[in-house]
Design a protein around this ligand. Sequence first.
Ligand code: KG4
Ligand code: ZN
Length: 343
Amino acid sequence: MRAQELAGKKGVRILAIESSCDETAASVVEDGRRVISHAMYSQIKIHEKYGGVVPEIASRKHIEKLPYVVEEALSAAGMTIADADALAVTYGPGLVGALLTGVSYAKAAAYAAKKPLIAVNHIEGHIAANYITYPELEPPFVCLVVSGGHTEIVVTEDYGKYRLLGTTRDDAAGEAFDKVARVLGLNYPGGPNLERLAKDGDKDKYALPKSFRGETHLDFSFSGIKTAVINLVHGMEQRGEEFSPADVAASFQKTVTEELIKNTMIAAEREGIKKIAIAGGVSANGALRTLAAKEAEKRGFDLFIPKFEYCTDNAAMIGAAAYYSLKNGAAPLDLNAEPSLEL
Ligand code: KG4
Ligand code: ZN
């Protein structure tokens, strides 16, 4: 069936593929809301020794693992590719080589199986992760997108329709977590490791700079706090001062999460929208989740954050987003990877 004919239908099963960074993932999702199966090969162990994702290695691993991960997702769903109504793939943003492996694989598989292929924006996928966790969630809602490459506040006005309210002027929130983690001697991936370290720290020990105080826009800046942490740590090291890295981690985490949640709450108040969602890898952060819940409750807002396993990169979110893109039709066979794709 053509993509447009599937739009809005019930019982539509999409086989989705995600390979934009260091996770090789495939999933079967029904009607954009129900995960039938989910398979993933994480490359974390491989990139760990280099302190970050090595794009060339990521691409080669995707090529090696994709067929197995797809097969695993299909067999766990009790399906063959012939039973899928459509295929979906992340075509951007992300690492160009990594994206290309998934795009090439999906194009070939869709062509051979005579299925429509839906091209999905990775960020749209992160937002759609909320549809899996909350089958009742419908637009409009305000969404804070916080990943390794993006930090944005958007209004999801309708499925596939977004309006940007604020963005970072420099580093993404996840990027700041990763850089500060490195300064504190933590391994890749920095975000979750920093959170673990921060658990035993005093979050009020260091007063770190906040960005754009007194401004009315909703943009972010995280390069200032990153530099402040680097200077703080290097200064203490040079003076031979004893300090607790856990206190630094906790203070950093507190400051960044406060910035993120403050602007998100202002955005929802200004827009008069009582539903707030959070999406992207940093939404896995416990301190962010707790603060968001507290501030949302204070204002009578409903809060939506994906289940932990759908916060970071996965293919289920791509399958969820794809369902709502069916109405736009299938991607052409000359679909290319778009590393800098915007929402
Ligand atoms: O969404 P994601 O998996 O990949 C991108 O699309 O970028 O996000 C990855 C980012 C990384 O910067 C990672 O350090 C951060 O999300 N992250 C976290 C946590 N888990 C992942 N940051 C803070 N706390 C966490 N628990
Ligand atoms: Zn992501």
